[in-house]
Design a protein around this ligand. Sequence first.
Ligand code: ADP
Ligand code: ZN
Length: 736
Amino acid sequence: MAVPPILRLAIPSPLRRYFDYLPPAKTPYQQLQPGIRLQVPFGRRTLIGILVTIASQSEIETSKLRRAQYCLDKTPVVPNSLLQLLTWAASYYHHSPGEVFFSALPQLLRQGKPATSPIYRRWLLSSKDCTTDATILSRAPRQQQLVELLRYHPEGLTSSQIKAQLGTYQSSLRSLIAKGWVYSQEKPIYKSIPPSKEHLRHPLNDAQKAAVTTILAFQQKFRPFLLEGVTGSGKTEVYLRAIEEIIAKSRQALVLIPEIGLTPQMVERFHRYLQTPITVLHSALSDRERLAAWLAAYEGKTPVVIGTRSAVWAPLPRLGIIIIDEEHDSSFKQQEGFHYHARDLAIMRAYQTKIPIILGSATPSLESLDNVKRQRYHLLQLLQRAGVAQTPRIQLLDVRSRPLEFGLSPPLLAALRYHLGQGNQALLFLNRRGFAPTLICHECGFAVPCHRCDAYMTVHQHTNRLRCHHCGAEGPLPTSCPQCRNLLLRPRGLGTEQVEAGLKHFFPEIEIARVDRDTTRRAGTLNKMLDGIHNGKYRLLIGTQMLAKGHHYPNITLAGILDADQGLFGSDFRAGEHMSQLILQVIGRTGRGNKPGEVLIQTHHPEHPLLTALVGHGYRHVAEILLEERRQIGFPPYGYLALLRARAVSPDSPMKFLETARSMATAHNPHGVTLLGPVPAPMERRAGRYRAQLLLQGSARAPLQRLLTAWIPTLERLQAARKVRWSLDVDPIDLM
Ligand code: ADP
Ligand code: ZN
């Protein structure tokens, strides 16, 4: 008798391993293709797993293996190329394969729903009804309501939109369909081809031409390119040309961008330029929409997928190029659950698929710069701004012992008056929302803390509340000091809300847009604000990093950075890198049209080497300083890190667990890996949990990976592990 094949499955369990099963009874073997889903018994439950490989033997005796119940799919829901990437990711990040696989799949596929595109219908009024007198329906008020609703939406509404407005509506809808007053149309999930507009093609400048030619010379090979160019140098134009060429050969393009909400213009530009259906993957999609988008990409209905970090998992069987815009952006790192870096995974995906990948940035990450030095990445530079835009003039403003009103120094105020007087727009940047980061008692010095975190509460004057920016705790503004009962409680420090109040005071006649997470919480408000900035309604802009990213506003001629010192003394090892990148992004917002721009940077440390390097010599010079610092401490890119974190309600458990973990790691005799800690996290208590961490620093990837492979699975079985929540972060972007 032939030995039955063994099915090796990824199953959504936290355990870091695959699970073996026997094939379901009476299943033709050719149906057992890697990438299909199966329902299996798991403990006392039944779960859905994904077939990863078919093996000829198992560590478990065949007689003890359980049998899978049935196959959910006739053809794979996970294409081969993606299977390969997911398998690699689970082993590199030492995360449970089941959780890795399931985090990549749309929710409906995880739940076992069929892999068929949900039909998107929208309902429309037929022209016949538009002339019908609605009084005919006077005895059917529900139908009448529905007709009225549809009349206001000539483009039609989906069932869920109707339901949201009217509640139950099905029987009325049926009656109206029977009367021939309402009909339906299928609505594609992707952006269908836009009406042909005058093409937005520019003749490429020499640097752009050279970049496009070099990239396209490597269409069938793995080749990472770092496309370095300041904002406005024409990087997007290079992406578009390269993509155009690739999709003309019926291949697909994947574009990862930091945050879609912040860059609606970018998606629109791709759409109009490429004249092709585009799938946009973002967090606001419903489950059905996400499944439809996944299938549209998988079935090749859309040659281009644009999305944020999780789009790195998009199933693209004919993938021909990957673009990562703003490759340095930390939003590509998933910080919860399965910690992965979408940029690094995209590189691996390009390697496995043998295709080119373009990493674009004005301020490349230190890792990417180092990869250029080691000739792993090919550098392409766009040194000039495309078109007519000029590089702005940058100046440090020493604000020591100068009076600051609402955070504004007299020279910055004067510059604001000048630029606004010229009819231009000005942007102020402060990476702190709220009114003030602390509320302090003028009598005894008491600062109001968060009860769940080692942090102070932020004052939000607009809502008259205190809020913790770390755990979300909220409370009313106290009227007297909780410690000494004095009434003199004062906000201390500066937040965007306060700057906005100041600007209203100084420029009462000018419309101000404050762009931060507080003002853009409601769906649609950000887009409205961005439109208002675009059409010139708002001339003064104050915002956090949300405002620094990606937008193109030709009329901004002045940018003010209110507090450059915030990043200089940040406690984390990437603080300096991030601050420099942010400042340069803000600089990139100015003078993008044909008017010259000016940038003023307020600081108490005008002689700080990072700031003087930034202003005097630009980002590359700053990067050299930072790289040298990293080299001295053996941090990335000169060393490789992994961080084991633990948290618990009880103060001692995390440290105890990590100490045990450390001694187990030492027992593995980790040659080439240094263990640092455990130590309490920089903010030890957060949201009521005590946190601690153990840092592993490897001289190279290999010894670190070897240790993790041997050591991490043993932690799952530790007694001390039951008292904590723990997680491993390979290549952490911060140690907070
Ligand atoms: P980046 O992506 O580097 O910020 P973009 O590609 O968005 O730069 O280009 C900035 C602006 O310059 C855009 O308005 C774009 O249409 C324009 N542009 C790009 N390339 C050229 C070119 N070769 N000639 C003229 N204008 C260009
Ligand atoms: Zn808190």
